[in-house]
Write a protein that binds this ligand. Structure first.
Ligand SMILES: Cc1ncc(COP(=O)(O)O)c(C=O)c1O
Length: 381
């Protein structure tokens, strides 16, 4: 059986209840939520409401209606950035962002938005003091990932959010690598826009994601039509979530996401975090002992999510990942991980790194197998 260590791309496997929820909605409900008045449609709507409410409980979101469902974190980020920023607005981000942030920002730059990128240090750490220095009278938004998908390093989102609040600027967090893995309260942290996938730490199926829109934020939708509500009108509804949820939603996937979130609520976020810290520490400590291995990012497992990037000196990371896959049946990701700027920051551009990302369902023996495999590969160089 394949040892899956690519949970930062998408989590696998999912809890049994996730498969059951998808099956139940797809097989036994099937109807479109919010379109028809029949009982099956109402049941489908009920699943969506439940998922919104579970997410609101997990992330301490005051109003579940301000959770807008999307297909993935990339769509959430695009909606947040393009729905908010206008020509002349300034935005500050970091060099550790995923291209889901960098690419829409470079597009917006071509439309007159002013983009500043704060560089990280050689371990990919970002200083809030640098963000503070970058603020100017045009700055409207700070956008920061909560954890790097390359090094796993946690970013100072809470401090940046406080700074933004003090300066009257909006704060957007990319929680792609942290939602469902790191405790997060939107009642305590002044985050105005929170973008997240449903298919990673939240344990839902692929094709699910969401954007939380704070009460101070008015976004323009990127799509219109197909809401089912206010059918008598030719213009888009002006209330959430309908204003941002055009077209038929991925109801089976979102029901699965609801089951994933319920699983997390039952396990407790702190026990999930504890398990991931322990596996991640095991990966780091095990790899550190191999002479030819070079590790990237912060060393302490508490300063990281369960993501470890490494290279074997003299070997291309794609080759290492390919040997792990074909000779050892271990699935990891290699290359730039959609974050070229982060690799320029770490000095690992253009080859990138091998990335190991354990999840809640991995076992210690699987990590031992990985360490043994990397040690053998390194020994042959
Ligand atoms: C930090 C970060 N942001 C955004 C994304 C994009 O997520 P999605 O694949 O759900 O669009 C990822 C995916 O790996 C990520 O790691």
């Amino acid at each position: 059986m394949t040892i899956y260590l690519d949970n930062a791309a998408t989590s696998h496997p999912k809890p049994e209840t996730v498969y059951q929820a998808v099956n139940e909605v797809l097989r036994n409900i099937g109807a479109n939520p919010g379109r028809s008045g029949h009982r099956l449609s109402l049941k489908a709507e009920y699943y969506l409401t439940q998922t919104r409410e579970s997410l609101a409980r997990l992330l301490d979101i005051p109003d579940p209606k301000r959770i807008v469902f999307t297909a993935n974190a990339t769509e959430s980020i695009n909606l947040g950035l393009k729905g908010l920023l206008k020509a002349g607005d300034g935005v500050i981000t970091s060099s550790m962002e995923h291209n889901s942030v960098i690419r829409p920002l470079r597009f917006l730059e071509s439309k007159g938005i002013l983009v500043k990128v704060v560089p990280g240090d050689l371990k990919g750490r970002i200083k809030v003091s640098e963000i503070k220095k970058a603020i100017d009278p045009n700055t409207r938004l700070i956008v920061l990932t909560q954890a790097s998908n390359v090094t796993g390093g946690l970013m100072p989102v809470a401090e940046a959010a406080e700074l933004a609040r003090q300066k009257g600027i909006l704060m957007m967090a990319d929680a792609a690598q942290t939602a469902g893995l790191i405790p997060l309260s939107l009642k305590e942290m002044p985050i105005d826009l929170l973008a997240a996938p449903g298919h990673k730490g939240l344990l839902g199926p692929q094709g699910t994601g969401f954007l939380v829109i704070g009460p101070e934020v008015n976004l323009c939708p990127l799509k219109e039509g197909g809401t089912g509500s206010r059918s008598e009108e030719e213009i888009q509804p002006d209330f959430l979530p309908d204003q941002m949820e055009s077209g038929t939603l991925n109801t089976p996937g979102l029901a699965g996401l609801g089951a994933g979130v319920e699983f997390i609520l039952k396990q407790g976020l702190s026990s999930i975090r504890e398990k991931e810290v322990s596996l991640s520490r095991m990966v780091w400590e095990g790899l550190r002992k191999i002479k030819a291995v070079e590790l990237y990012g912060p060393e302490a497992a508490e300063e990281r999510i369960a993501v470890v990037s490494f290279n074997i000196k003299g070997l291309n990371p794609n080759l290492v990942a390919s040997i792990l896959d074909t000779a050892y049946d271990i699935a990891v990701r290699a290359g730039l991980h959609c974050a070229a700027l982060a690799h320029r920051t770490l000095g690992t551009f253009p080859e990138g790194t091998v990335r190991v990302s354990p999840g809640f369902f991995n076992r210690e023996e699987e990590i031992e197998d990985l360490i043994r495999a990397v040690s053998e590969i390194a020994g042959k160089v």
